[in-house]
Design a protein. Sequence first.
Length: 243
Amino acid sequence: MPITQSSDENMRGSVLRYLEARKKERPGYSIIDVGGAANPWCDALVDAYVDIRPLKTQKLQFNGDINEPAVWERIPERRFDFSICTHTLEDIRDPAFVIQKLMRISRSGFISMPNKHTEMSNIESVYWLGYCHHRWVFAISGSGVLRILAKLPLTSYFSSVNRAPHILAGLNSGFLNSMLRKMRRAPVAGGLDWVDPRKVQPGYELGFIWEGSFPYEFVNGDFAGANVYEAAKLYTGQLAAGL
């Protein structure tokens, strides 16, 4: 089954109500939080945790690196009815591996991360985009596919301090671009016209509920492109559509 609900604003309240209803209907309904030690926001409903850091709790814990098979081998297949994984996939080296494990250990779940508007905005500094420690940018296509794009160093080209190159890139002047290339100053792309400042707010995130399984893909097969221009186009074009 596909992604059933999604938002690029905030749906945690509806997730809590959804889980409270499931727990009330089925007292044995089980929930596991993966990567939630830093912010156990759903602790009142969670039955178990997976995290590299132990929590001060009497609840069931599976401690270890979620990028490695060992921690997952201790969790039986479909052991849990629902899994929560919030603000974790963007931090780790292998989000696809963890997504596969979430679908193995649970029948459904809720996943969230910063929305694309936040991750491609000057949220921490005018010189850099997004959060410095994040490795991936995510979006959900119109057909309900979770799309994953590596957050390459060139993303900072789109910072607001580079407005002049963004404007020059939109002029389509062959002579100007030729001169700029000789000075290694040629702009590679315009700005990110799709970024919505209204979506760059504390608490806003890309979140979705899935059931059974859900489709995901790495943008462009995880290939950055043959040159800096092609790589830049992944951010201006490939991330524009969908949530």
